[in-house]
Design a protein around this ligand. Structure first.
Ligand code: HEM
Length: 449
């Protein structure tokens, strides 16, 4: 259909929110930039990697996260790193970067392995496990131990899990939110309010435990290293960072959310894919036998676990937990030859681009080999860089990227040494929720000898 801006156009909020995967496919069939109206916003879906690179990297200053993304930010932590803008964002990013250097990440590796090992050891042979829940507990434990030096018991984990699900449920009604009067109390909103109150109480406890806001405790001079929470506090104390106590709260919440659900989802897909791919599993085991042998993997093994890394990369290509990114141009602009009016929400379609047969052979197949040295060299010669961007790109790329990649690689290696997974759930029930949601993923555990 012709459209004001000359863009191909389709559109319906109901279709977009009910079955995002099928809807996005339909939108993609119209062209590389497609305009539609949903969620009360003019959306333009972007399926062209060159345009993705322009928006995220080469002209990133001309775009901000924008209103659509902030509606989500307001539900979670508007002043945290993931949603702040401009100078405020830049100061935060600089202050927090030192928790994510390669050296720091190496220091987290033992925690990653020990927790994955403990989880696998608890599983009984023949037991059926729902991987999404199991791995959310695992990644939350790793995150809070590694980054905050805090122990998270089951009860605390449950508070964060419930808040995550309550936010997800609010997101599901996003389309409706734009037409319903905001004061209408609904069970979903009540659940959300309750969950966030519990989360705030938990965060208060955590801050009190670490004496955030208490001048004497804030320095924490005898701590072994500067973990993320110490950095947050130090940054809040330093003049001009714009991080007061509320901002520390928002950062804590940001990292609890950004760091656990994404990684848990990725690990769920990776293990489910392995369960359905005996040949991939055989190659993985062969690598683990030769690199790791009978012991647990350590950080020193990471560079040698090449095939394990390819398995993780390929899982993130097929099932990117962050399945789309959203940006708004600061003023009217032109992209890919189309006029993009001010106020338009750009939807950079990670999931669809990473399965586009223009850039990928057999795009729907799980083939970790495609990331191997030679195969990669040949294919890359004509594949645009932003045909793959599970961690975003440019100045706002995922700050936890190296943390997540290391965690995934070490967790897959640790789990695979101990167990095999047999699929109980044969088909995923994909939906676009807070992250790319596979639905319940059940597997049967087979302990290895
Ligand atoms: C940002 C994906 C794990 C913390 C992002 C972005 C993506 C992403 C795509 C960019 C969003 C945008 O540009 O709009 C993922 C995936 C993960 C993962 C797929 C796991 C497989 C983590 C972990 C942490 C983390 C483990 C923390 C420990 C963040 C934060 C931001 C972010 C704070 C905002 C950065 C900024 O705006 O400066 N992530 N992430 N993520 N991620 Fe991750």
């Amino acid at each position: 259909l012709p459209h004001r801006s000359g863009l191909p156009v389709v559109g319906s909020t109901v279709a977009a929110s009910r079955d995002g995967v099928a809807f996005t496919e339909r939108v993609a069939s119209r062209g590389d930039l497609v305009s539609y109206n949903a969620f009360g916003t003019e959306m333009v879906a972007v399926f062209d990697p060159e345009v993705v690179e322009t928006v995220l990297v080469s002209e990133s200053d001309a775009f901000e996260k924008g209103e659509f993304e902030m509606a989500f930010g307001d539900l979670v932590a508007p002043d945290g790193l993931a949603f702040a803008e401009g100078e405020r964002w830049r100061r935060q990013r600089t202050a927090l970067q030192s928790a994510f250097t390669p050296d720091e990440i190496r220091g987290y590796a033992d925690e990653m392995v020990a927790n994955a090992a403990a989880m696998a050891d608890e599983w009984a042979d023949g037991e059926t496990v729902e991987l999404g829940d199991a791995f959310a507990t695992l990644t939350l434990r790793i995150l809070t131990r590694a980054l905050f030096d805090l122990d998270f018991d089951a009860e605390r984990g449950a508070v964060v899990r419930e808040a995550t699900e309550a936010i997800g449920a609010m997101m599901d009604r996003f389309g409706l939110l734009s037409v319903l009067p905001e004061w209408v109390p609904t069970p979903t909103e009540r659940r959300y309010d309750r969950a966030m109150a519990d989360l705030d109480a938990l965060v208060e406890d955590l801050m009190a435990e670490r004496e955030v806001g208490n001048a004497e405790g804030a320095g924490d001079a005898d701590r072994e290293r500067d973990d993320l929470l110490s950095l947050l506090v130090a940054a809040a104390d330093a003049e001009g960072t714009g991080m007061d106590r509320d901002a520390v709260r928002d950062q804590l919440v940001t990292f609890l959310f950004a760091g656990h659900e994404t990684t848990a989802t990725a690990l769920t897909y990776a293990c489910w894919l392995l369960a359905g791919s005996p040949e991939v599993r055989r190659r993985l085991d062969a690598e683990l036998d030769s690199v790791v042998g009978d012991r647990d993997p350590t950080v020193a093994d990471v560079p040698n676990l090449e095939y394990t890394e390819q398995v993780v990369k390929e899982a993130l290509r097929l099932y990117p937990p962050v399945y789309a990114l959203y940006r708004e141009p600061r003023e009217a602009t032109v992209l890919g030859g189309y006029r993009i009016p001010e106020g338009t929400t750009l939807q950079l379609a990670t999931y669809t681009i990473q399965r586009d047969d223009r850039w990928w052979d057999a795009p729907d197949e799980f083939r970790p080999e495609r990331w191997g040295g030679e195969a990669q060299g040949a294919a890359n010669s004509d594949r645009p860089e932003y045909a793959y961007f599970p961690f975003g790109g440019g100045p706002r790329h995922c700050i936890g990227m190296r943390f997540a990649a290391t965690e995934l690689q070490l967790a897959v290696a640790t789990l695979a040494r101990r167990v095999e997974f047999e699929r109980v759930t044969e088909n995923l029930d994909l939906s676009m929720g807070l992250t790319l949601d596979p639905g319940p993923v059940e597997v049967r555990i087979r302990k290895r000898g």
